[in-house]
Unconditional design. Sequence first.
Length: 151
Amino acid sequence: MEASIESAKIIVVDAQGHIAGRLSSYIAKSLLNGNKVIIVNAEKALLSGSRSSIMNDYLKKLEISSVINPRHGPFHPRRPDTMLTKMIRGMLPRGKAKGSEASKRLRVYVGMPEQYKSFEKIKFEDAMAKKPLSFYLTLGELASRLGWKGD
């Protein structure tokens, strides 16, 4: 097991231009292989589909709350980085040590932190948007509609 930890790589992924679901599946697989993954520009990840249906689905999710007390959850992410983290977490095995260890190796950032500017950014060609960007909704646009003010 120690040999796999030593061979683990740090992978920096620029989410700009990637479709969020496809990107999430690549990231989840990489995390399960033991790599540490850092995602930058999470607000520029894309969601495919009709803008109005995506917005309506997320607004309906926000109406779901606890009958007893809202402190008990469920808690709905409104920031692009937490939305992307939750998408990836949903693709990892639940309740198993393998899945929880993998999720600890994930870091997602809005924008580009200074310490990762010098790293080589990886792009997954299969996860890139094929249509013009006007066909997609960015996570940043969705988050701002849900109440995120931006950092």
